[in-house]
Each structure stands twice: as C-alpha cells, then as structure tokens.
Design a protein around this ligand. Structure first.
Ligand code: NDP
Length: 295
C-alpha cells in the first residue's frame, strides 16, 4: 500500500516510522528537507521534494502538522497536494486540527473523489514510539475501513468519534482538560509550598486522593520536581488546542468559563516562554507569579 506522510515533527516522525515497513511503501515529505533525509537514512522510505510529489502515487496520505492552517497550506500552497491527489485516495489528517477547517477540506476533496478523515492522536511521544497511540477519528466508517491497517500501524485504541471534525473536537477538549490539570496542579502546589508543605509530601497525599490527575501522578513528579522539563509536546501546540476548545464552546453557545480562562492563561504562558517550550513548562509561569519553585 503506497502511503505518503507529510510532517516529521516530534510526533509525526515516530508515527511514520511504523509505516516504513511491509506492507507499506512509504514516501515522506517535511518542510525542512534535512529532517526527511535523516528519516530516510534510518528507515525504509523515499523522500519527496514537495507535497505534490509526495502524494502523486499515494493511496493513503497522512498529514501531521501543527494546526489546520498548515494543512490548508500544504494542500493549497505552492507545490501543494491538491492537484496531485489521485481520485480514490484517502487523506488522514492526524493533526490536532479544528473542526470547521476539517469539514471544509473534506467537502472540497469530496468534490474531487478524495476522501478525508480527521484522526488526531493522543498518548504523546512515548505511545507514538511504541505504536500504541489512541486515535480518535471523524468521518465515514467505510472510508476508515479502507485505511484501517495504516491507522493500526501506529494506533492501539482506535475510536470513531462521529462525523468529520468530531475527532478534532474530542482531541481539543481532551487537551483542554490536560491544560486545566497542569495549571490547577501547579497552582495548588505553589500554594502548598507557600504554606510550608513540601511538594513530595503534597503529591504523596494528592496522588492517593481525589485531587490526582495525570499531571500530579506523572508530569509533575517526572518533569517538574526533577527540573528536567523534556520537550515532548510544545506548549504552543497545547495553547492552540485549548484555543480550539474555547472557540468550539463559543460556536456551540456552551458555557465553559474554565476552558476559556485556561486558554487565556496558556496564551500568557506562550508569550512568556516562547515557541520552543514544552507544555509542562507552563508550571514555570505559576512558579514565577508566586515566587516559588516546585521541587
Ligand atoms: P512539531 O512542532 O514537532 O512539528 C510540526 C511539523 O509540522 C514539522 O514537521 C514542521 O516542519 C511542520 N510544519 C510546521 N509549519 C509548517 C508549514 N507552514 N508548512 C509545512 N509544514 C510545517 O509538532 P508535533 O509533531 O509535536 O505535532 C504535530 C501534531 O500532532 C500537532 O497538531 C500536535 O498538536 C499533535 N500532537 C502532538 C503530540 C506530541 O506529543 N508531540 C501528541 C498528540 C498530538 P519543520 O520540520 O520544517 O519545522
């Protein structure tokens, strides 16, 4: 099966590595060509010079880009995919995208006989490496069945969220909860440090109690207390995700003040910490504001 993979970033490269073997015949494209070349030195893959070249013979195309804006650009921009996609091809967009753009791309492609599913992933770089990502997809079941082996190559828990755009919506809300949990755990621990409680003691109790979350159980012990802050998922991308969730709530007239406040706080964190910071570094903003370190 001929597969094209566009976007070899922190998670994209790990996902693509599972497709660099039989029964797949993989072509990769990345904006920064050196990353695609490095990938092809380590894996069985051809490098394409442009998105158009990458997709011209592909039966399945996967995009894994920062946001739907870049997916649009790779579709419509110079040397973009649009005119090279073959009729009958399925575009699987693994970007954590936004539902309205995914719906509009799906509608445009449908007029050309090309199918689209939004299929964002969760589980981070650890699950991407292991090929055990959770995949939440939106679109038609019959389309999905044609690409199931491709998705199963990197996904373990694979869930149909609904119509096109539903995968994006579910992903944005999941990540909104992640953002809320990171900041709420950081605020709580900053308060406790000020109250004279050591963070190790605080987490021992919280993680045996109802205040626990993935942030308190894993992210803070492994990345904050150690001051390691490895970059696995950029803060800028989480800010984008919670922004999508806030707009989704607004568009649906849903009352979601915690999501909209956390979106504002992540915007502040992105301004403070920059484009390269990891998402967990948002804790540093709370630390600075409170004049404490959680360690
Ligand atoms: P990165 O920021 O590491 O990589 C982004 C990729 O997109 C790179 O290949 C980059 O190319 C490319 N890119 C950026 N801008 C453009 C552009 N204008 N045109 C073409 N290509 C572009 O992101 P991740 O790999 O971490 O994330 C990809 C998607 O997966 C995002 O939507 C993210 O939210 C989602 N995701 C990420 C997770 C993670 O743990 N990292 C977990 C779950 C979902 P270049 O190399 O040239 O910069």
């Amino acid at each position: 099966m001929k597969v094209a993979f566009l976007g070899l970033g922190d998670i994209g490269a790990l996902m693509a590595s599972h497709l660099a073997r039989d029964p797949f015949d993989l072509v990769v494209w990345n904006r920064t060509a050196s990353k695609a070349e490095a990938f092809a030195r380590e894996h069985r893959a051809q490098v394409a010079a442009t998105p158009a070249e990458a997709v011209k013979d592909a039966q399945v195309v996967i995009t894994c880009l920062p946001s739907s804006v870049e997916v649009e650009a790779v579709l419509h921009g110079e040397n973009g995919m649009l005119d090279s996609l073959r009729k009958g091809t399925v575009l699987i967009d693994c970007t954590s995208g936004d539902p309205p753009t995914s719906r509009s791309i799906a509608a445009e492609l449908s007029g050309r006989g090309i199918d689209f599913i939004d299929a964002p992933v969760s589980g981070g770089t650890t699950a991407a490496k292991a090929g055990t990502l959770t995949v939440m997809w939106g679109g038609e079941q019959s389309v999905f069945e044609r690409v199931r082996p491709v998705v199963e190559a990197f996904g373990k828990k694979i869930v149909h969220a609904g119509a096109v755009g539903s995968g994006d919506a579910l992903k944005a809300v999941n990540n909104a909860l992640l953002a809320v949990h990171i900041l709420s755990a950081a605020e709580g621990l900053a308060v406790l440090v000020k109250a004279g409680v050591h963070p190790n003691v605080a987490l021992e109790v919280i993680n045996a109690s109802s205040g626990r979350s993935n942030s308190s159980e894993n992210l803070i012990p492994q990345r904050v207390l150690t001051r390691a802050f490895p970059r696995t998922f950029r803060l800028a991308l989480l800010e984008k995700d919670i922004g999508i969730a806030a707009v989704l709530a607004e568009d649906l007239d849903a009352k979601a003040p915690l999501i909209s406040l956390t979106a504002k706080r992540f915007h502040e964190a992105r301004e403070l910490l920059g484009e390269k910071a990891d998402h967990v570094e948002a804790v540093k903003m709370v630390e600075q504001e409170n004049g404490v370190e959680i360690k």
